[in-house]
Design a protein around this ligand. Structure first.
Ligand SMILES: [Zn+2]
Length: 461
């Protein structure tokens, strides 16, 4: 049994049901779970380890619901810088086809290091290419070493160019092999218990890279084993046209046909959804991973997040990428979510001061999407807020810094309105992943060097 006492935080944001923000707040943690939350004076006086967070804000760890860690190897690739999704993919598929198991391991650690340093404590990753003997196992091992919670999505592509899909035949897999490996991964790694460090998700890549049969079969295995389902959906108009032409339905109707609407499903993007489709999402309690930077980067559009929330859709935040962002900064993504929601509101008349103008997303709403929202999207009740019984996952930021100068009348809003900063402490299950601003679980300098070597090798070919 080990205990950790966190105290004297300038403000502690709980994101509990009452959205309490506690001045002079703290946490008492036992064996990775929060035992008490409250003003420091009401907590036990001693513990095995004590962390004084005077001058810091403490927030629940951010939850990243969509990413492709391996793409950190191909950030800002010149030929893919100014392309839309389909052209971007066609440029990058051949480069990704050169990846090795070691590249998957290295890029996972790079992405997770960046996430941890931006306040993230749980990340979902979507790996859908397995070239040269790569396996999802490589990613899972890398995450366990770094110490962030991982929802590892066993992605897949089976519809190559010769069968009318977008990816080249060289990067697609046989459907029976995909399904067999999916089951193996669930049986080997999926932990359904509170405090799980690893969960497995089944995630055929997108409507334009797999068959309807693989979607149906994946759903059937996921439901047999009680794991979640994830895919890209309604990201671009190209995708909508592909679905209409090839299967005769819009993307959301297609999902209904392949049995992919339910509380165990979440979709990345969902930019191009109409009112009726949002109603269907809300009714089916599906989740959406909102990826604002990626949607702007690839000119995909602006997801109607405010409307989705009104329809009761579970919405989380994802950095996506990292070749379509090209960063993994979760706090930065919270800021993007707030700003782009306001741009959308502006396009719908919010710049007119009248009563029918749509409301603006607040900083606290954006933070809520990245915490409680992410937990609901991933189907977890043990993370997303700082409450007794939940995982001790939080991050802390020193408020005494240039970026927040002049904004300390509301430090919570400052986290979103001001320029994104790095976390000073990131803690997962009571363990320090970032301590005093430094990554605590691996040597960052060596990792960057190794990562750059791998990236260079992939591009040169
Ligand atoms: Zn994606």
């Amino acid at each position: 049994m080990t205990t950790l006492l966190v105290r004297h935080a300038s403000i502690l944001v709980t994101m509990d049901d009452h959205r309490r923000e506690i001045p002079e707040g703290g946490l008492f943690i036992r064996d990775g779970f929060i035992e008490q939350v409250g003003p420091s004076a009401e907590l036990p006086a001693t513990a095995d380890e004590t962390l004084d967070l005077s001058g810091h804000i403490v927030l629940p760890g951010l939850i990243n619901t969509h990413h492709h860690f391996y793409q950190t190897l191909t950030r800002a690739v010149p030929a893919a810088q100014d392309a839309n999704l389909f052209n971007w993919l066609k440029t990058l598929y051949p480069i990704w086809a050169r990846m090795t198991p070691g590249d998957i391991y290295t890029s996972t650690q790079t992405a997770l290091a960046e996430l941890a340093l931006s306040g993230c404590t749980t990340a979902s990753d979507h790996l859908y290419l397995f070239p040269n003997g790569s396996r999802l196992d490589d990613e899972i091992q890398a995450a366990l070493q770094l110490g962030l919670r991982l929802h590892a999505s066993r992605g897949s592509m089976s519809l190559g160019e010769s069968k009318g899909g977008l990816p080249p035949d060289s990067v697609v897999e046989d459907e029976q092999a995909i399904l067999k490996d999916s089951q193996r991964l669930i049986e080997t790694y999926h932990d359904p218990n509170p405090g799980a460090m690893t969960q497995v998700v089944l995630a055929p890549c997108s409507p334009f890279s797999v068959t309807g049969e693989l979607m149906r079969e994946s759903a059937s295995i996921a439901r047999e084993f009680g794991v979640h389902l994830h895919t890209h959906l309604a990201e671009t108009q190209d995708e909508e046209e592909f679905c209409l032409q090839k299967v005769g339905y819009r993307p959301v109707a297609y999902m209904e046909i392949v049995n992919w609407l339910g509380p165990d499903v979440w979709f990345a993007h969902s930019v191009h959804v109409n009112r009726e489709e949002m109603r269907i999402f809300g009714q089916a309690a599906v989740g959406v991973a909102h990826c604002p930077s990626s949607n702007m980067r690839l000119a995909s559009g602006i997801a109607p997040i405010q409307e989705m929330l009104q329809w009761g859709v579970h919405v989380g935040l994802g950095v996506d990428g990292s070749a379509s962002n090209d960063g993994s900064h979760m706090l930065g993504e919270v800021r993007q979510a707030m700003l782009v929601a306001r741009l959308k509101a502006g396009l719908q008349g919010a710049s007119l001061s009248n009563e029918s103008a749509p409301p603006l997303m607040t900083a606290r709403q954006a933070l809520e999407i990245a915490t409680r929202g992410g937990a609901s999207v991933l189907g977890r009740s043990d993370i997303g807020s700082l409450e007794a019984g939940k995982c001790a996952d939080f991050f802390a930021i020193n408020l005494n810094r240039l970026e927040f100068a002049g904004a300390l009348h509301d430090p919570v809003a400052a986290m979103v309105f001001c320029a994104p900063v790095q976390s000073d402490y990131t803690v997962v299950g009571g363990k320090f992943i970032v301590k005093e601003g430094q990554l605590a679980t691996l040597d960052l300098g060596k990792l960057i060097e190794k990562h750059n070597r791998a990236a260079n090798r992939l591009l040169v070919g």
